[in-house]
Design a protein around this ligand. Structure first.
Ligand SMILES: *Cc1c(COP(=O)(O)O)cnc(C)c1O
Length: 393
């Protein structure tokens, strides 16, 4: 089955729901049983049967099945946000005394979770250079249990050599996890590249309309699923039927949406790169990007999120960046991304590093290229560049 077909049919069972095309919203805490034997059977098979609202409903289970099938994993776990998926994966796989290797380019709240929560529970985190590749072998210790990756990195967009990292990690008995949000289950197949657990902020492209928070933990094997689900269910993680419904509805059109995001983002990246207002564009689909060769080797597409380093404005860097962002009319100023709309945020000031240094002479902004007309977006950026030049002096 081709992917376009799979994304329409995965996790969908109209016959179970009077022929309704979409799995309905299940709003429930209590699930009634006919008799004690049925009640007990549900408790015994609580990860497979509908037993209690917190553990899963047909709405969340169909979402989990669809995403697991698309990405090629055994099973998935839906959570109430992408960050909850990261926390669930890490606590499911790590115990006191274990060591975690975390990419220095990780999504900032992931770092915060390691430094402020995992540390309190006796898990030590070492940050590593995202470009380390096979060199990760030198950082592996006997108690290193997880190597966590994210490609491309949050705000800075470095690509990682996932197969090389996975080979070195597996050689020492460690598991490999990835935050695969940028690529979605469509543009990078982590389980074909040595990854054991893949995480998505479904909030982004899967939901796709900026109207729900959703996380997904996709596990390569049933054993990993049981291990992580035991932890997430012990913590009481769950996802509402309403939000699972929105994620499933978004998923059905994700491929066509991403095709537009990709085409528009690449065209705008090339247009930006050619301007004197721009020093460089951080977007691995660009042939000039340092991560392009890895992207081309391992990924089958690029989404709509990129970094842009503006021409240096010296001591006016921040004022000029703010003038640029304030001048944008079609690009909204706001966190998150992956919805239908274009967005911008300042990246300068938000990039946190401990193992490496991110160098940029000019200010860096992050752009999400939405589904608007490409020429309208270019015109909006063009007039914001005029504001930038005026403020840069
Ligand atoms: C947004 C994001 C998350 C967190 O997702 P939420 O649903 O907002 O909690 C995790 N990783 C990456 C790369 C993200 O961009």
């Amino acid at each position: 089955m081709k992917e376009d077909t799979r994304i329409v049919h995965a996790g969908r069972h109209p016959a179970r729901f009077h022929g309704a095309v979409n799995t309905p919203v299940y709003r429930c805490s209590t699930i009634l049983s006919e008799n004690v034997a049925e009640l007990k059977e549900k408790v015994r098979n609580k990860f497979d049967m509908v037993d209690y609202g917190r553990l899963g409903t047909p709405s969340t289970m169909d979402l989990e099945a669809a995403v697991a099938e698309l990405e090629g994993g055994a099973r998935a776990i839906a959570t109430s946000s992408g960050l909850a998926a990261i926390a669930g994966c890490l606590t499911g796989l790590l115990s006191a005394g274990d060591h975690l290797l975390m990419t220095d380019s990780a999504y900032f709240p992931t770092r915060k979770f390691c430094d402020e929560v995992l540390a309190r529970f006796g898990v030590e985190t070492t940050y590593y250079d995202p470009l380390i590749g096979a060199g990760i072998a030198d950082l592996m210790r006997d108690n290193t249990k997880v190597v966590f990756t994210e490609a491309p990195g949050s705000l800075t967009f470095e690509m990682q050599d996932i197969p090389a990292i996975a080979e070195a990690a597996h050689a020492r008995g460690a598991l490999v996890a990835i935050d695969n949000t940028w690529a979605t289950p469509l543009f990078f197949k982590p389980f074909d590249h040595g990854v054991d657990v893949s995480i998505h902020a479904g909030t982004k492209y899967i939901v796709g309309h900026s109207d729900a928070m959703v996380g997904l933990i996709v596990c390569k094997t049933p054993e990993l699923f049981t291990r992580i689900k035991s932890t997430t269910s012990a913590f009481g993680y769950s996802l509402s039927g309403d939000d699972a419904f929105l994620a499933l509805r978004g998923l059905r059109t994700m491929k066509v949406r991403l095709e537009h995001h990709q085409r528009a983002a690449l065209e705008i990246a090339q247009w930006l790169e050619a301007r004197p207002d721009v020093t460089r564009v951080l977007y691995p689909a660009l042939p000039s990007d340092p991560g392009h060769a890895i992207w081309k080797r391992d990924f089958t597409g690029a989404s709509g999120l990129m970094g842009v380093e503006l021409a240096p404005a010296g001591e006016n860097n921040i004022t000029a960046m703010n003038a640029f962002l304030d001048a944008l009319k079609l690009f909204g100023l706001g966190f998150s991304w992956g919805g239908f709309e274009s967005l911008a945020i300042p990246a300068t000031g938000a990039i946190q590093r401990t193992a490496t240094t991110f160098r940029a002479e000019g200010p860096v902004v992050r752009l999400h290229i939405g589904l608007e007309d490409i020429d309208d977006l270019k015109a909006d950026l063009d007039q914001a560049f005029a504001a930038y030049r005026a403020a840069a002096g």
